[in-house]
Design a protein around this ligand. Structure first.
Ligand code: FAD
Ligand code: FES
Length: 386
């Protein structure tokens, strides 16, 4: 029987064989570098970081900055505006919260996170009251999409911040002024009272020394005798301060209530969605006031959540499902905790949840019943697969 190598009949086979032979002789043998790509990726994007608190800076009555240094390896680079998700254990519950990095990316020795107290907040209260220099935490690597993209965002930027929402902007402003970047920034920063303004002195100094950064502070409950801007960040105020709106890119960051209000004001000004970048700081404080919340469900209703192959737990309607799971000792992988990153994606086998506007579910998630437990509120008994 005559045996024939069928490969020889394939077009280009001989040329490829020849090329492989040449590469073997003169080229780089990539098999020798096995794992190199993975090593470099892990160097810049490790899954977990071990961070030690090296300093705690008192910013305002309700806010502290925690300076975090790496306890094991160089800190990965990040873009001004990104956050880390900090893992904590509070009263025996393993949970996490994202915090934007407020230090600039040009500072590679540490990450600063600046935390404001949330009334009865589980983690912010713990960080502000219990944590001390030397404590060690795990976190994710820096992540998030809330950063300047020179190709799409241009150089004329308007930052609209509320309360603790100043932190990603502080990182950006520090980077722009430290590096002398060619970007025009107008920051409109809303707070309740003067003492609540985080980074007040530093922002004044930076805007005084750099013509391309202007800061407009707005107080909603100013003290008697105050003669600065007052009220909320309204359409009129934005228009009056910013002037020409056409060539600007708007960035909005703050607690859920501020963000909803400011988006409405930008809409009134006719700013198209593609010219608005947003970051919401955590779940809405009053979920039942969100559009679409069913009238017949009270936030105090409790439902059974059955996990396939695991236990059944109780979960409150008015609280993100992820919190109830964590309280029962079940930790779901998470990063943004605001419905954006998809890391916590979980299969909903049966039952109904409420997912507020802004949760970035893919079309396929909706079609095949996936939810983001960080921003999903149970409305019935549920069965899920984690
Ligand atoms: C990308 C990103 C970046 C952030 N960066 C910063 C930052 O730089 N600085 C900063 O201070 N914060 C930041 N945050 C917010 C931060 O992650 C936390 O949400 C914040 O510190 C509050 O956490 P907490 O555990 O103290 O509050 P929680 O206990 O989680 O409470 C938060 C809200 O959820 C509701 N809630 C919680 N539990 C219940 C319950 N059992 N029943 C009913 N309602 C409930 C409450 O209304 C409360 O207002 C950021 C958030 C995101 C998503
Ligand atoms: S943790 Fe990011 S979507 Fe839930």
């Amino acid at each position: 029987m005559i045996s024939r190598n069928l490969h020889n009949d394939l077009e280009g086979y001989a040329e490829i064989k020849e090329e492989i032979a040449v590469l073997k002789k003169y080229g780089t043998d990539f098999t020798l570098q096995k794992g190199e790509v993975a090593r470099i990726i892990n160097l810049h994007h490790p899954k977990k970081l071990s961070l030690r608190i090296s300093q705690i800076i008192h910013e305002t009555e309700s806010t502290k900055t925690f300076r975090l240094v790496s306890s094991t390896r160089p800190l990965p680079p990040f873009q001004a505006g990104q956050y880390i998700n900090l893992f904590v254990e509070v009263d025996g519950v393993r949970t996490s919260r994202p915090y934007s990095i407020s230090s600039p990316p040009s500072q590679t020795a540490y990450y600063d996170i600046t935390v404001r107290r949330v009334a009865e907040g589980f983690v912010s209260t713990y960080l502000l009251d219990e944590v001390k220099v030397g404590d060690i935490f795990q976190s994710t690597s820096p992540s998030g999409q809330f950063y300047h993209n020179p190709l799409f965002h241009g150089e004329n930027l308007v930052f609209l911040a509320g309360g603790s929402g100043i932190t990603p902007f502080m990182s950006m402003i520090r980077e722009i002024t430290d590096r002398g970047l060619n970007r025009q920034v107008q920051l409109i920063y809303g707070n309740r009272i003067n003492d609540d303004i985080i980074f007040n002195k530093e922002m004044e100094e930076r805007s005084a020394c750099c013509d391309n950064v202007t800061v407009h502070s707005v107080l909603s409950e100013p003290a008697d005798g105050y003669n600065g801007l007052s009220g909320f960040i309204t359409a009129e105020l934005i228009k009056e301060r910013v002037g020409n709106l056409d060539d600007k890119m708007f960035y909005v960051c703050g607690p859920a209530a501020m963000y909803t209000f400011v988006l409405g004001e930008l809409k009134k000004l006719g700013i198209p969605k593609r010219k608005i970048r947003m970051e919401v700081f955590g779940p809405p404080p009053d979920i039942k006031s969100q559009p679409g919340w069913p009238e017949d469900v009270s936030i105090n209703d409790r439902f059974d959540v059955k996990m396939k192959g695991k236990t059944t737990i109780k979960a409150k309607a008015g609280e993100p499902l992820m919190n109830s799971l964590e309280r029962a000792g079940i930790v779901v992988t998470a990063s943004c905790r605001s419905g954006e990153c998809s890391l916590c994606r979980t299969k909903l086998v049966s039952g109904k949840v409420f997912q507020p506007r802004g949760v970035k579910l893919r079309k396929s998630d909706r079609a095949f019943g996936y939810i983001h437990p960080c921003m999903a509120y149970p409305l019935e008994n549920l069965e899920i697969i984690i």
